[in-house]
Design a protein around this ligand. Structure first.
Ligand code: NAD
Length: 484
């Protein structure tokens, strides 16, 4: 598919709801628009998914056949990498390098989970016991891992293709049928993926793309009585709404990958030559619109000034611009709404008296660009310190000893990721145990691999994505007892 074809085709998709404009965040120009699919389309898509599931057209295939289809999806993503990356840049404001990287990682999700199709297995036991009845009996017991059925996959705009593939690949490997809803801001790569799924041999009705707003299409999916599970990535606020909707409908199972306010702890024995650029990268990448961004940095007092100076230097020199501009490292925020949100936090910080070492303002140019911002002198009770901003804004706070660092790092309702920089091996592993986060980096940050699970502690989530745990997200366990 060509880029222009995608921009044209999306306009022709049927829908009964409002017209939703799609923007290039680096220019603020509207590039296309589409119709919200409306509630009837959700009902139809769920019915199609149900029919495909009950027919066994997908989960009834031999595992090796499902694996071949998944592998083929990965290959086709690679073959279409150029247009996918260009769309991701145009629509989500990613730099070309970042967009290409995200497409490669997305293809790999399908190859990784292709391997799991043939490794879905339970346990078996020879049980010779009185059991609960007290009557001596002998049984063969085993477990079956079965797909949930129809699952709803809902995700945000900050990594559109990544989130699509992170959810769809394991759900297909497990044998589920699905309805898939990308964010209303970033629907474009989903159109290409939809075409790829058909070309690779995913049967009709197994994966059904729905385009629309969260409060319309998303809410209709989560309230639907025939959806057995929702896997959601997005904000903690919407995650909470999804839990309510699941409870009020059919008590559907829910997996949540939510927000973060991740701490980075830098001890005075750390290799600052690595720690400073990695901390800058880990907070300013994608203009801070990554859930695992290290947006609260705690630095031991003796190296605090040196660290802040180094971080501010990078913030001041990071090339920021649109994807077609030469050498950019970070792009814009996604939307006017997100820009207003970030500027609101900066205004709040100004009235709270925080110290802006650098940044604190919008760039004087077209596009939703905010200058990478480093603040100090932040009260730990302030909104700037406690709430997820999802922009290029980092608070840096000094500490004196390990206990204080751990207390500061854990002073958050979130628990997505955390990082510690130190050359003391014992302390590194000790602090990894003390930090309350689903992912901890020791002298490294922003690591990802398909083989490793990813999930949040505290209000950053329920359940896991990636790795074997990501597959089990879409499987339920049946226990079978057979009298011998
Ligand atoms: P959001 O919660 O506003 O929206 C996410 C998705 O949910 C969108 O598709 C949206 O249309 C849909 N939605 C909105 N309201 C809904 C409702 N009532 N019912 C059902 N669906 C609804 O999040 P956002 O602002 O698009 O994305 C940013 C958030 O995502 C941040 O909080 C970020 O931390 C989080 N995030 C988390 C991870 C992770 O893996 N933990 C990864 C990426 C982003």
């Amino acid at each position: 598919m060509q880029l222009q074809t995608v921009l044209d085709e999306i306009q022709k998709r049927p829908g009964t709801g409002d017209t939703i404009p799609v923007f290039d965040p680096s220019t603020e120009e509207q590039i296309t628009e589409f119709k919200d699919c409306g509630p009837e389309a959700v009902n139809d898509a769920v019915a199609r998914a149900r029919e495909s599931f009950e027919s066994g057209v997908w989960h009834g295939l031999p595992a090796s056949e499902r694996a071949k289809v998944l592998w083929r999806v990965g290959e086709l993503i690679d073959e279409n990498a150029d247009v996918l990356a260009k769309l991701e840049s145009l629509n989500a404001g990613m730099t070309p390098t970042q967009a290409q990287g995200t497409v490669t990682v997305s293809a790999e999700f399908f190859r990784y989970y292709a391997g799991w199709c043939s490794k879905i297995e339970g346990i078996a036991a020879d049980v010779h016991t009185g059991g609960l009845t007290g009557i001596d009996s002998h049984q063969h017991a085993y477990t079956l891992k079965e797909p949930y059925g129809v699952v709803g996959l809902i995700f945000p705009w900050n990594g559109p293709i990544f989130n699509f593939c992170a959810k769809l690949a394991p759900s297909l490997a497990a044998g589920c049928s699905s309805v898939v809803k990308p964010a209303e801001e970033t629907p474009l790569t989903a159109l290409v993926l939809d075409r790829i799924l058909t070309e690779a041999g995913v049967p009709d009705g197994v994966a059904n793309l729905l385009l629309g707003y969260g409060h319309t299409a998303g809410a209709a999916i989560t309230a639907h009585p025939d959806v057995e599970k929702v896997a959601f990535t997005g904000s903690t606020e919407v995650g909470r709404e999804i839990v309510h909707a699941a409870g009020a409908s059919n008590l559907k199972k829910v997996t949540l990958e939510l927000g973060g306010k991740s701490p980075v702890v830098v001890f005075d024995d750390a290799d600052l030559k690595s720690a400073i650029p990695m901390a800058a990268f880990g907070t300013f990448i994608h203009s801070g619109q990554a859930c695992v961004c290290g947006s609260r940095i705690f630095v031991q007092r003796s190296v605090f000034d040196r660290f802040v100076e180094g971080l501010a230097n990078i913030a001041n020199t990071l090339p920021q611009g649109g994807p077609t501009e030469e050498g950019v490292i970070i792009g814009p925020l996604i939307s006017q709404k997100q820009l207003n949100r970030v500027l609101g936090y900066l205004d709040q910080g100004k009235s709270d008296g925080v110290e802006f070492v650098t940044g604190g303002h919008r760039r004087d140019r077209k596009g939703y660009f905010v200058h990478p911002t480093v603040v100090t002198n932040v009260a730990t009770t302030s909104r700037l310190f406690q709430e997820e901003i999802f922009g290029p804004v980092v608070s840096v706070i000094p500490f004196d000893d390990e206990d204080e660092a751990v207390a500061l790092a854990n002073d958050t309702t979130y628990g997505l990721a955390a990082t510690a920089w130190t050359s003391n091996l014992g302390r590194a592993h000790r602090i990894a145990k003390r930090l309350k986060a689903g992912t901890v980096g020791l002298n490294c940050q922003m690591q990802f691999d398909h083989s490793m699970p990813f999930g949040g502690y505290k209000q950053s989530g329920w359940g896991y994505e990636s790795g074997k745990a990501g597959l089990e997200t879409y499987l339920q366990t049946k226990i079978v007892w057979a009298q011998l």
